[in-house]
Design a protein around this ligand. Structure first.
Ligand SMILES: [Zn+2]
Length: 299
């Protein structure tokens, strides 16, 4: 059985035609143009799906999406204004009504976790937390081998853990949220404030690696914010593993060492003994894999 799988990202929508073993027969993408609103985004997915139905005879559609998603009914429970009008949208129903195909939708960070559990860093791990670090910070919680989605499909909003009650204003309406201090964007801001010029993160990490003291100090401050949040997460869930996803995971073992050392200094001994931290194996593909896994688990 072939299905179409979509990953709605901030700038592009990646898609593929896949079988149940995640063999991709086709891979492509188109711009999200989120500013045009939820309806326009879903219309483009419908259009592409109709083409794929004709050419590849797909028999289902699965979507990894931003926002808090009712993964049973394929409804957007809540989304920020990054995609205007997306909150409340009945995505599965809309796409099904035109294509006639079964449609599944799951939150993107949950898809990362599902993908990493299926084929990546968290294979065989029953209790883990996936933290994705990008412009914000997302979280997914795996308990006893299954996703924990909360009472209203909204669990895992770790980006809004309160780190500093009198801190920077956040898009959620509170002050001092974790993601204002420990996201990639927050690191970018710290770098620019320190050096008073635009330096992209790739170059910044190169500077740290080549031994620049000032850069290293900025990284250590950022890692300290990051692990202050992870400290609460670990003490709450006592996971076997933390999987770190998002663009920052490209920094690999070099960054992992900083995070490990800083975090383990903040943990109670019994929380360290069987905890490991890994970077996600699939930086870009995990969401597609997770959405595929989600679809077939509903069959
Ligand atoms: Zn917040």
């Amino acid at each position: 059985m072939r299905i179409a799988v979509f990953d709605i990202g901030g700038t592009s929508i990646k898609y593929a035609v896949s079988d149940e073993k995640a063999n991709f027969l086709l891979e492509d993408s188109f711009p999200t143009e989120a500013f045009q609103g939820g309806k326009a985004v879903i219309d483009k997915i419908i259009q592409t799906s109709m083409e794929l139905k004709k050419t590849w005879e797909i028999e289902g559609i699965t979507i990894s999406s931003a926002g808090q998603i009712d993964n049973e009914n394929g409804v957007v429970v809540y989304a920020t204004d990054n995609i205007p009008g997306y909150t409340g949208m009945e995505v599965s129903k809309l796409i099904h009504s035109v294509t006639g195909l079964p449609v599944e939708v799951e939150n993107d960070v949950n898809c990362t976790a599902l993908g990493e559990h299926w084929m990546g860093a968290a294979q065989g791990v029953k209790n883990f937390i996936c933290v994705t670090i990008g412009t914000g910070i997302g979280g997914a919680i795996f308990v006893n081998g299954e996703l924990f989605t909360g009472s209203n499909y909204s669990a895992g909003e770790v980006g809004h853990i309160n780190l500093y009650p009198n801190g920077k204003a956040c898009t959620c309406g509170n002050n001092g949220c974790y993601e204002k201090y420990a996201s990639s964007l927050a690191l970018q801001e710290m770098v620019e404030e320190t050096f008073n010029q635009k330096i992209n993160l790739k170059l910044f990490f190169e500077n740290v690696r080549s031994g620049d003291q000032a850069s290293r100090q900025v990284l250590e401050r950022w890692v300290d914010h990051l692990t202050t949040g992870l400290q609460s997460i670990v003490h709450t869930f006592n996971p076997e593993m933390i999987v770190i996803g998002g663009g920052i995971s490209a920094q690999g073992d070099f960054l992992l060492e900083y995070i490990h050392d800083s975090l383990f200094n903040k943990l109670m001994p019994n929380h360290k003994s069987n905890l490991s931290i890994k970077m996600a194996k699939y930086e870009n593909k995990a969401n597609l894999l997770g959405a595929i896994k989600h679809f077939y688990s509903k069959m």
